[in-house]
Design a binder for this molecule. Sequence first.
Ligand SMILES: *[C@@H]1O[C@H](CO)[C@@H](O)[C@H](O)[C@H]1NC(C)=O
Ligand SMILES: *[C@@H]1O[C@H](CO)[C@@H](O)[C@H](O)[C@H]1NC(C)=O
Ligand SMILES: *[C@@H]1O[C@H](CO)[C@@H](O)[C@H](O)[C@H]1NC(C)=O
Ligand SMILES: *[C@@H]1O[C@H](CO)[C@@H](O)[C@H](O)[C@H]1NC(C)=O
Ligand SMILES: *[C@@H]1O[C@H](CO)[C@@H](O)[C@H](O)[C@H]1NC(C)=O
Length: 418
Amino acid sequence: MMGRARSKSRQVLCTSISYFYVICLSAIFLVTMLMLTFRFLQMENPLRYSDPVLKSRNKDFEAQATSGAEDIPSLLRKLRDVPDQWDASAAHVWDSENAEYYYGCIKPSKNYSIDPNMEVNGYLLIAASGGLNQQRVGITDSVVVARLLNATLVVPHFDHRSYWKDPSNFSDIFDVDWFIQSVAPDVTVIKELPQTVRKSLPKQVYNLRVPRKVPAWYYSRRIRHLLKRKHVLRLTKFDYRLANELETDLQKLRCRTNYKALRFTKSLQDIGQVLVDRMRAKGRRYIALHLRFESDMLAFSGCYYGGGERERRDLGSIRKRWKSLRLQNPERERRLGKCPLTPEEVGIMLRALGYGNNTYLYVASGDVYNGEASLAPLKALFPNFYTKELLANQTFQWPQANYQTQCQEVGSAFFCQA
Ligand SMILES: *[C@@H]1O[C@H](CO)[C@@H](O)[C@H](O)[C@H]1NC(C)=O
Ligand SMILES: *[C@@H]1O[C@H](CO)[C@@H](O)[C@H](O)[C@H]1NC(C)=O
Ligand SMILES: *[C@@H]1O[C@H](CO)[C@@H](O)[C@H](O)[C@H]1NC(C)=O
Ligand SMILES: *[C@@H]1O[C@H](CO)[C@@H](O)[C@H](O)[C@H]1NC(C)=O
Ligand SMILES: *[C@@H]1O[C@H](CO)[C@@H](O)[C@H](O)[C@H]1NC(C)=O
């Protein structure tokens, strides 16, 4: 009796264990299949639109672009009639599929520390260079370089002689006290060289132009000795003078500077806010575009946009500014994707991504090459087209007209908020 009961219960136990296994295996199988399907769908459809006509057109385009059989303008003509009816309010085009996995990572890692008794090697002066974005890169990197050199940084000087001829100083654009305070745990920043240091200097500060994108060791080994000897160094044309790749904590410092320490002045933020509010009052969602279809950019790229002798002359004269610029084959550059997109190409791309003709666009840019003529096709694709000028009215005035950087910066402020 007892024996049979025990073997019966053993049977029951065995059966339930095998059921358990079967269920587990099926579950694992199912999950794997689901994951594979998901991966497959993702691979198939990264942009999440599945218009078969467009798909085949895109294939065409790719094939043509690589085979080089058809010229780009005629390909564009084909792509131009993207359907109008996509609805801009369709949520998926505004979503980022993996947004929930993103998180801020600018805080220093546990390894990072700064020796409070660190010996300061000297003062670092920075002459930023180029347009505003480029100068911003330089300012960001200057903080990292000051860290690498154990130097005290003097608030970087803006470039007043570049293409934009903009007289703005650092404190006209960025909140300088906030900047100093924000980077204080990493780097000491001062507004000006102390009087005593200035008095002890030779007439000319030692100027130095570092090669482009040098690795961190270049500063901590080579430049350090120079700084120690000269006590004050000015790094000129300081834009892309530090390698992209840095050890994690220096990269984080770069991010802290760019995303936290560089904050626009209150007045610029206010103007930006007015624009954001006006834009939101028109369309709840909108795209902020910074077209970089300006003559200096086009000249620098060495590309050709079909404007004949006039274009060659216009861009050629600007090109003379860069003595070391080598002209490539424009057609080849274009095929390699190195030419700035025309406003129309940007429009076609947005439409192909699924933004309908009822999408609101805010266009932030300087003087677009060929102005209205270049912009018209983009406006035709997106009739709800706004610029800062179109949003301004009598109750709202722009800062002085020649302050290109400020106006551009407002464009970017606006971009950040969008
Ligand atoms: C922190 O230090 C450890 C040990 O030296 C190293 O393995 C790790 O990569 C460092 N972490 C970061 C973020 O640098
Ligand atoms: C900076 O200071 C730290 C701590 O005192 C030191 O370990 C490092 O070698 C110094 N670096 C330079 C480039 O002087
Ligand atoms: C920027 O600073 C320089 C030197 O301090 C000064 O002469 C110039 O007027 C300033 N520019 C503006 C726009 O305030
Ligand atoms: C978008 O396209 C549709 C269909 O062609 C047209 O009826 C509508 O007026 C367009 N919308 C705008 C804002 O132009
Ligand atoms: C300017 O635009 C704002 C916001 O759209 C509006 O409230 C104000 O009445 C406008 N002023 C004029 C003079 O058009």
